[in-house]
Design a protein around this ligand. Sequence first.
Ligand code: DNO
Length: 353
Amino acid sequence: MKMKLSFRWYGESDPVSLQYISQIPGMRSIVSAVYDVKPGEVWGEESLAKMKKQCEDNGLVFDVVESIPVHEDIKLGRNNVDELLEVYCENIRRCAKYGVKCVTYNFMPVFDWTRTQLDKPAKDGSTSLVMYWEQMKGLDPLKDDIHLPGWDASYTQSEVRELITAYGELGEEGLWKNLTKFLEKVIPVAEECGVRMAIHPDDPPYPIFGLPRIITNEANLDRFLKIVDSPANSLCFCTGSLGCAKFNDIPRMVRKYAEMDRIAFMHIRNVRLLDDGSFEESGHLSACGSMDIYEIVKALVDNDFDGYLRPDHGRMIWGETGKPGYGLYDRALGATYLNGMFEALEKEKAKNE
Ligand code: DNO
């Protein structure tokens, strides 16, 4: 298969072992990061070397990083931005030195993904991450103390308020300007060391609590790719993040960006969209959610996609406990489903050529 099948691993504290990951048929790459360092600090080479060795000992390759987090001061364009960008570039160089070929990051203000519940039981007893507008209604982070699951607990409520106010003043265009500065500095370094930078879309792809969000839809992805027109400036195309807004036609977008060779990394998962815009993460199979996974994979195969791909969030099934979205079993089922689909579509394509 042309695509490089990968799996996210949270390092030694991850309840899923590298050995178990290596037992998934076709598994090739490990997606990980150095977790004991704060955003804005340099990653220890010993940590990278150790991760590389641990993966190799299990017959896996450590060649994808998710994520090198972007410090809020870079996104806000504060005074220390030049210094922080230097550190960011140094981290890319260090990752490359230990074999990394793809680095994922996001440019979401303050919070990464947003959900209202991480263990919503389905009828079959499995649990998954959901976002229900009903549960979001009336929450105002400028007034209330909010602790949504998954939000960075290292901020105090007053820090969160200060950041939200600063981003409100910055607005979308200000965020684009700071993203441009980031890309103009970072992409040439990535090019030099053979790394493809892959931006993760905003999850969900619309403003939350008035915070600007810009990596959200086709027009904005086009705008993003033009800022630095280089394969080193590419997408981490997450079907579940972009796909939880009805305005995004996912198979068509995958086809377009795969054709342009601007997808460095695919995150494939399914979501079930509800009428009021709420959504529930579901099993990978097309029939389980609103994404047509067949059309998505077909778009990749038709364009000879040879980038990295990982089954994204799984449900918790078979009594497994662990990091919500990142258990072994359902992601392994996702990997196997994707393997089957790639094999069938690639063989079909070869026959017709
Ligand atoms: C969620 C992930 C994201 C992703 C970051 C990339 O499970 O897909 O947290 O890693 O947004 O920077």
